[in-house]
Design a protein around this ligand. Sequence first.
Ligand code: ME8
Length: 520
Amino acid sequence: MAEPFYITTAIHYPNGKPHIGHAYETIAADVLARFHRMQGRDVRFQTGTDEHGLKMAQKARDLGITPRALADEMSAHFRDLFDALDISYDRFIRTTEGEHHTASQALWQAMEANGDLYLDRYEGWYSIRDEAYYDASELTTGEGGEKLSPQGTPVEWTVEESWFFRLSAYQDRLLALYRDNPGFIQPEARRNEVVRFVEGGLRDLSVSRTSFDWGVKVPGHDDHVMYVWVDALTNYLTGLGYPAMDGDMARFWPADIHLIGKDIVRFHAVYWPAFLMSAGIALPKKVFGHGFLLNRGQKESKSLGNVTDPAELAEKFGVDNLRYFLLREFSFGQDGSYSQEAIVSRSNSELANSFGNLAQRTLSQIFKNCDGYLPAISGHTAEDEALFALVDKVVRREMPAAYADLAFAQALEAWMGAVFACNAYIDAQAPWALRKTDEARMQTVLATLYICIAQLAVAVQPVMPGKTARLLDMMGIAPDLRNPAAIGAHWYSPLAEGDFRLDKPEGLFPRLELAEAEGE
Ligand code: ME8
């Protein structure tokens, strides 16, 4: 049976509509999920919304609606966006689901049974925006003299009765985890931050609240709700049927990767493994903290008026153009700054002018000059062999290695290199000129290109599932051949028997343009 692969994104706060950062993270996870599926893995991909906590309760109060109504409305926007972006999730979880309350309470009871939870009083600097307490030494001072968290959000002195998790007892075990599993936290810079933080000593963590009731109730103490991060992290188990340990839990846990943004690495790489150790549950294999997307160098915010609706970007530029841009433009672990001009320029130079044009030129010559039938090969020259070797190296070695490593920009750079090589080959071989002088050679050149284009389309399917499906349909490549195991020159033979005839090819990547005012 195929080897399982469980991938999760963070679950998103539905206290507003989704922004570009949510789209970025979920697209990246989708690419990884599609890549592993294409490699034959049995993939389970989970995303969803994180619906409890003070932030949700306050936002709902400001709007004069219940937190539940806010969650219902906003969660639907996330789901709609992910559908529009072609996200192939298997499970969209909402933390208000009954099953999730059951799972969170079961995890709580397991930690309690292990002696790691106790009741005490909590006083400290609390940030509502981050849903986290901070140590006085971590705070900074804002322009107006107000105290700010390390994330730059306001903090308030807060006193309440609270349950505590004995995080301090886990310092050595966590450090051993990082030491014995150097790939557990990636990229390296994030790992170093976490190791330094844990080496600095851990304080017990306040894990319940009494000041509001929008959350999962603490078992046996109805006046307490769990700290939102305790229930939020549990979502990764809920989706597999925990507390039942058979079925999907047995098949897919531990997760292969939790894909999250750099701001929440501490929760996933410190608190979460400690909770799981306490409950006697296996630890996830990897936590990857990707970078942040900025809009022309600035964080998007309502006050700056620069909030972009990712659904609009997809609508305007095309879903696959947006997916390609986001993964090609930025090195995945690092921050990146985007603009609409950059999307247009990347799409036009690489998708329209390079890949789209290559496919269009090749297929329309086959359509016109070979009557739509796949051309025959009559012996390869050194140039043909060199092109095959290059494409083969890119699609079968470089791209899979880069995808598996979440080096998406590198995978696409290698892909573009092969596309350039194909365009250089078509220019040098000039099949349109061969038509009059050497028809057999023209056929071989077009057949060589046909095979290379099919391979390149297959390799880039995880990033552009819609466009590549259309191209491969146009080319008559059957769905069961659309994977790397089937990639190779032998693709050609089942197709060359005259059983498939190309229609007039349609352009896949029209050039994009920005209306003048939009470039401002
Ligand atoms: O943190 N660029 O939810 P969230 C890239 N509910 N990624 C970004 C980003 C940006 N500008 N802004 C946010 C939460 N993200 C919690 C998670 S998980 C058990 C609970 C990323 O809606 C962010 O880093 O604020 C996180 O991974 C995800 O979007 C959801 O952020």
